[in-house]
Design a protein around this ligand. Structure first.
Ligand SMILES: NC(=O)c1ccc[n+]([C@@H]2O[C@H](COP(=O)([O-])OP(=O)(O)OC[C@H]3O[C@@H](n4cnc5c(N)ncnc54)[C@H](O)[C@@H]3O)[C@@H](O)[C@H]2O)c1
Length: 331
């Protein structure tokens, strides 16, 4: 029976993994540990396939070891493949696959929820109510069909968000280095400057690359309306965090909803109730602000997305083992 090792497995993935194994007649060996050391590499002995999911890099000595153990591929059940040295994998005859689109709706729905929370000032009401202050003063909401929402990066996720917003009759502005013909009629493409000036909420959905790193600086926040909110469910380094902290303190913008933030790898999906956030002072500052909504990189964490990450990555393993080409091969 085909044996597949799956690393960094969380309890919430078990149902999808067990269903896949039963349906396809394969044995899936799971471990909670990431694929980062000799102990993990040793587990691939006797295996036919490998599926990983982690923030840390696959160690350089793993590639030759996988080849020696007869493996033909490494599949990551994430969109990002920065954890894998693709040239080194190819040198060792290993194909690499990812899951480029496990569910654009998962992140788009999260961004829509945060857009509503910013427009309805719920972050501020939550703080007031927690202190037994039930007054309304200064917190009148904006109805979404009267709002202008700016999407920076109108790709798979940004485009999905645009359609959801359009269905709610919001005015949707978009800025993208590669505008898409099929989004016209849903998104009004404008310059970044125009988008920042006009939007009531700016939602970031670029991929992280050399052009998008540090895309939002203090100068950009100064262009935004002082009543506007920012949603970042893309990647932390897209925003210059110290500039965001300054902009929020100086009321250049009203609020921010952050699902990703620089330094998150030391914080998110971990328990810091005892030691706090002193190791990441900027995140600590954001956490302390009453106009910041922090979520721990959970936009993707839905029923559909988790199922798709498991199913697509395991299907790719079987496709490669059968000698066929997966549509998700990273060349
Ligand atoms: N928070 C989460 O849980 C979560 C989950 C999945 C993905 N993401 C993030 O969402 C990002 C977007 O995902 P996607 O699938 O929509 O990617 P995508 O590649 O389909 O879309 C990205 C878009 O950004 C545009 N872009 C890139 N650089 C730009 C720049 N400098 N200025 C303007 N536009 C630029 C691209 O042209 C493209 O249209 C991912 O790369 C990832 O960082 C977050």
């Amino acid at each position: 029976m085909t044996k597949i090792l799956m690393t960094s497995v969380r309890p919430d993935e078990a149902k999808a993994i067990n269903e896949f194994a039963a349906k396809n007649g394969v044995e899936i060996i799971t471990t909670a540990k990431p694929f980062i050391d000799d102990e993990a590499i040793a587990m691939t002995k006797g295996m036919d396939g490998l599926v990983i999911q982690q923030h840390a890099k696959v160690p350089d000595n793993a590639y030759a070891a996988l080849k020696a153990n007869g493996l033909k591929q490494i599949s990551t059940r994430t969109a990002g493949v920065d954890t894998i040295n693709i040239p080194l994998a190819h040198e060792n005859g290993l194909k690499v696959t990812n899951v480029p689109a496990y569910s654009p709706r998962s992140v788009a729905e999260h961004a829509l929820m945060q857009t509503f929370r910013l427009l309805r000032n719920t972050y501020a009401f939550d703080h007031r109510v927690a202190e037994n202050d039930y007054r309304w003063a200064g917190l009148q909401a904006t109805e979404i069909h009267s709002a202008t929402i700016g999407i920076i990066g109108v790709g798979r996720i940004g485009g999905t968000l645009a359609k959801l917003l359009k269905a709610l009759d919001a005015r949707v502005l978009g800025y993208d280095v590669k505008p898409r013909e099929e989004m016209k009629g849903i998104v009004e493409y404008v310059s970044k400057e125009e988008l920042l000036k006009q939007s009531d909420v700016v939602s970031l959905h670029v991929d992280l690359n050399d052009t998008s790193k540090g895309l939002m600086t203090i100068d950009d926040f100064k262009l935004m309306k002082p009543t506007a909110g920012l949603v970042n469910a893309s990647r932390g380094p897209v925003v210059v965090t110290k500039d965001l902290v300054t902009a929020l303190k100086n009321k250049e913008i009203a609020a921010a909803a952050l699902d990703t933030v620089e330094g998150e790898e030391h914080i998110f999906n971990q328990d810091h109730r005892q030691d706090g956030l002193a190791a990441e002072p900027l995140v600590e500052e954001l956490h302390a602000m009453d106009n910041v909504i922090l979520t721990p990189h959970i936009a993707f964490f839905t029923n559909i997305a988790v199922q798709n990450m498991v199913d697509i990555s395991l299907t790719d393993v079987l496709t490669i083992l059968a000698g066929n080409e997966s549509p998700h091969e990273c060349k």
